[in-house]
Write a protein that binds this ligand. Sequence first.
Ligand code: HAM
Length: 449
Amino acid sequence: MITKPKGCIDLYGHEAKVWKYVEQIVDSVMEKYHYGYIRTPLFESTELFHRGVGDSTDIVTKETYDFLDRGKREMTLRPEGTAGVVRSYLENKMYGEQNPVKVYYNGTMYRYERPQSGRDRELTQFGMEVLGSDDPMVDAEVISLAVQIYKLLGLKGIKVKINSLGDQESRMKYREELIQYFSPHINDFCEDCKERFSKNPLRILDCKVDQNNEILKKAPTTIEYLNEESKKRFSSVCEFLDLLQIDYEVDPKIVRGLDYYNHTVFEIEADIKGFGSNNVLGGGGRYNGLCETLGGPSTPAIGFASGIGRLVKALELENVELPIKEDIDLFLLYVSEDEKKYAAYLSQELRLAGFVVDTEYTSRSLKAQFKQADRLKAKYIAVLNEEDLNNYEIKIKNNQTKEEEVISLDAIIYYLDEKLVDEMGDDCSCSDCSINDHECSGDCHCHDD
Ligand code: HAM
């Protein structure tokens, strides 16, 4: 049997509903914060990631899926979303439009990593980027937006960790200090770190192999080398976070695994028992130099991305109950093939009227159809038979209370509307309705209680 590639998942059934719910919450929160949706290609020219993400990062040196297309062009499946968004921002000259540009995305990324829990080869991220503002208020807004998404989903165990890498001057000073610090010990480090030492010593701090090396643990931190301006900027970000009542911890060890960052960097961890070591739900930071690196005008920017797989795992571990609709409004049964056409017609009418309706497709016995209705958790079932249809009537039954009524076919929409809205109640405080600020119309995901 042909099986799926390593490090990939098939998403279906209940889990697919959980992912879709997460994505709906992401959409609605992004809309509230006035971020526009952007979709960029799944593959881009290889050069974009070498220049954008960085030649010294693990992602680019070891983890990209590279291929030559039939025109012999070097292409790469995107390992992350930021480089593509920045390429699109520059190519479409969005900087000439309204600034800042605030966009969000949601899609699959590809990294050839050793598959393990929380590390997939095909991963799905949602993320956002703000291009065209250097205001520390934006840094705080991006962090708070990420936190709001996790909170709205009902996640409690999250920890926000922030740090500053400072501006170019601070980074250079820090780089020199790191070279001096690591120089006498570099032979004790892994082969990759030896290479990082000459290319980008900051990457050593991010090494997965040498994580427990005491020398690495005691390495100088970025914060000690911030110049006055960078310090002031970082304090301002912290002040905005306080104002927005976001709990955070300053962690000077956070440097992030991509080359493009400066100033604010942050990660949001799952602080949940049993989560395992890949517990960073999402991370991001400022990348004021990336637009220029990619040949565009100097443009300050910041962003964040979160892995949906890790987020769903966190929700499961915390047993968060999501308002996911598992049942259907009505299952339409029919006694014989004679009523089948009417079942097809009536199903469509009711679906167009807004109900979730399913019916019989495999010519099962009536007994088997009743079983199927139970399996699908139908709230109501209706049986079409010749006699009722001749009288323009239908038997409809509450599948829980087993109360049964015969009603005129004309009245079925009205009947279901009354019954289902009654069961739902008027007030609805689910995140769907509260975020979207509308009265519950029954389209949300919570009226199945
Ligand atoms: P990143 O830290 O490489 O940042 O990835 C962000 C999130 O994607 C991680 O925290 C994790 O949840 C998820 N993730 C990454 N790799 C994997 C994997 N192999 N399997 C499962 N999940 C994974 C970025 O990608 C940056 N582009 C974020 C950013 C946006 N910075 C500025 N703007």
